[in-house]
Write a protein that binds this ligand. Sequence first.
Ligand code: FAD
Length: 297
Amino acid sequence: MALLLGLQVHIGEQVESLSDLPQSHFQMVVDASGSSQSTNSLSCSLGFKYQSLSTKGVTLGVVAQFEKPRGTSMNDFNLAAHFKRGVFEDLKKQGLELENIVYFCGETHYFVMTPSIQCLKQNGVLRSESDCCDQLALQERVDPAAFEDFCRDVGDFFNLEQSCAFLPQNSGVFDFSLRRRSSEALKISVPSGKLDDPVLVCLCGDALIEPFWPEGLGINRGFLSALDCAWIAIKFDTRCGLFGEKVEELKAVSRCSFEELKRVSAFTSTAILHNTEKKGAYTADPMTRYRRIGHLS
Ligand SMILES: Cc1cc2nc3c(=O)[nH]c(=O)nc-3n(C[C@H](O)[C@H](O)[C@H](O)COP(=O)(O)OP(=O)(O)OC[C@H]3O[C@@H](n4cnc5c(N)ncnc54)[C@H](O)[C@@H]3O)c2cc1C
């Protein structure tokens, strides 16, 4: 596809500012450099401001992976306590108090879940009493044997076969209490260095807004924001320059799409997004996705 479109792909390049880009003449950049946990500093160097969103107290997630010998496949599932109360009550009776759990049958048996802190403490997974958000400090607090037992108990509950070995290197506890959200999705950035011309910059994925799992969020808003960027690219008329009326219109479209995107969660999606049952119903045009912005495109 890249060859058909005449794209150049550079793999493994670290881009800290626009002047790191191998080509100096372009008019639009999409920053998809991920969350604050990654090495990303690109969006900050482009002048984007972030707002920190913190949960009440510490919110921890667990990833548990098991080997997948032949014939041990299971059906994928995605369960939230809000919708499947019975399952989560049964889990709680076994000392496994979770907010939600996702299972994916890929190269491994992959579980990701949000247990309560209390549950992790009661199961001996977290050693000390103090709460913290630092990933390194968090790893030191985890008791590996208790963590494995906890993951095995969750696997047993969902009928994972005992023959599937636990994969400690691919599993862990992580903190997602702190997330960040950009204050805007589109910006005209005036670069420095070897670049002379201002550039239209769009953010998408975690670089724009990080998901909060208990709200049923993951990469879903990432896909929507990528489509929003695609729409800006389609509508951006490079002949009109970056400071005219047309660009103001683009900014307005971006602002409205981002306002809708921020409101999306598992509990609100049917009110904010159009029904997706019809195949191909969603296009880059925000009007096909967000209910409230029919008049914008
Ligand atoms: C443990 C864990 C489990 C998850 N499980 C799920 C799940 O089951 N379902 C779900 O929907 N979501 C899940 N998520 C969330 C999901 O992974 C993210 O929302 C998604 O990966 C965001 O995609 P992205 O492309 O925006 O960023 P990323 O996937 O983080 O990709 C960003 C890329 O940009 C690169 N990069 C960063 N800075 C620079 C730079 N300066 N120069 C060049 N390259 C750079 C990074 O190396 C990376 O390759 C999970 C997240 C975590 C942490």
